[in-house]
Design a protein around this ligand. Structure first.
Ligand code: BTN
Length: 313
């Protein structure tokens, strides 16, 4: 896209003239001017001085990911990507949005997705396997997400089984994996891994302030959301490529980072809640639990709350 090419030639220090940009990109000066206007509209701060040209003033907090689809607003990136998937979009398609009006979490919950402060990203995968082969996908994505966050912000979140990334006692990111199955074969048609990251929020609405945090609140530094999105999207895609060959090593990393292990937990299914202790992770990312009555079981679904965290006291 022209405006992306123009952006690459602008620097925060030096002025670049419209003529120079035009020559490099083979554009008229009017076309350069138009591209600069549309960058400004997208949120970039660009200084224009007659006879000197253009200069990038500040690094705008806009999502700049030329390799992927970036939306200013959407109901849910998972929903949007589902439509692309149904229309034949290839494996590796990534959608990112600046905000979601109906962001979704596990178990029918909503995921608060305010504008300009978070990253809401979905990745399309087309594995040719039976659904049972994908049980560990969310766990692999959680490890990849935690590693990507550490690479960008220097602090590594823990993982609360199964799909939350946390700092201390609070959630910084959540993952929602959804699948479509082929009716005839029962095999996976496609899978979508969606991740929402609280990046630069300075505060949260009262309803979630006890349980939610952001990278900014944890580290004291605002993060470049494009960099977070890039690292997480690429990290999930790269992790997918090795999730079967290196399954044991992925699950070992998951267990190492999983804060649920060793804790007193409550496993909630519908109206039933059973207390026990989380002992470990099985080879598919399931949570091995020793219940109070002495029975052991592996939990693959449902809600697990940890004593002392998110309100389970
Ligand atoms: C959870 O907290 O249970 C999971 C939250 C997942 C949120 C992400 S944001 C991008 C993608 N689109 C959605 O609607 N949900 C996921």
């Amino acid at each position: 896209m022209t405006k992306e090419k123009v952006l690459r030639l602008l620097s925060p220090g030096e002025f670049v003239s419209g003529r120079e940009i035009g020559e490099v990109l083979g554009l008229s000066r009017a076309a350069v001017w138009k591209a600069v206007q549309s960058l400004k509209t997208a949120g970039y701060e660009i200084e224009s001085v007659t006879n000197r040209g253009y200069r990038l003033v500040g690094k705008a907090d806009v999502l700049h990911l030329p390799e992927w689809t970036v939306l200013p607003e959407v109901d849910s990136t998972n929903n949007y990507l589902k439509q692309l998937a149904e229309a034949g979009a290839p494996h590796g398609t990534v959608v990112v949005s600046d905000c979601q009006t109906a962001g979704r979490g596990r178990l029918g919950r909503s995921f608060a997705s305010p504008k300009g402060v978070g990253v809401y990203l979905s990745v399309l995968l087309r594995p040719e396997v039976a659904p049972g082969e994908l049980l560990h996908l969310t766990a692999v994505a959680a490890v990849a997400g935690a590693e990507a966050l550490e690479a960008v912000c220097g602090a590594k979140p823990g993982i609360k089984w199964t799909n939350d990334l946390i700092f201390g006692q609070k959630k910084v990111a959540g993952i929602l994996t959804e699948m479509s199955l082929e009716a005839e074969s029962g095999r996976v048609h496609y899978a979508i891994v969606g991740i929402g990251i609280n990046c630069n929020q300075g505060e949260f609405p009262a309803e979630i302030e006890q349980v939610a945090t952001s990278i900014f609140l944890e580290t004291g530094a605002k993060v470049d959301r494009s960099e977070i999105a890039r690292q997480i999207g690429r990290g999930i895609l790269a992790a997918y490529d090795t999730m079967w060959q290196e399954k044991a090593s992925w699950m070992a990393k998951y267990a190492e980072n999983c804060v649920t292990i060793g804790r007193e937990i409550s496993v909630v299914r519908g109206s039933e809640a059973r207390r026990g202790r989380a002992l470990g992770i099985d080879e598919d990312g399931g949570l091995i639990v020793l219940y109070e009555d002495g029975t052991r079981a592996t939990v693959n679904s449902g809600e697990v709350s940890i004593r002392g965290m998110y309100g389970y006291v």
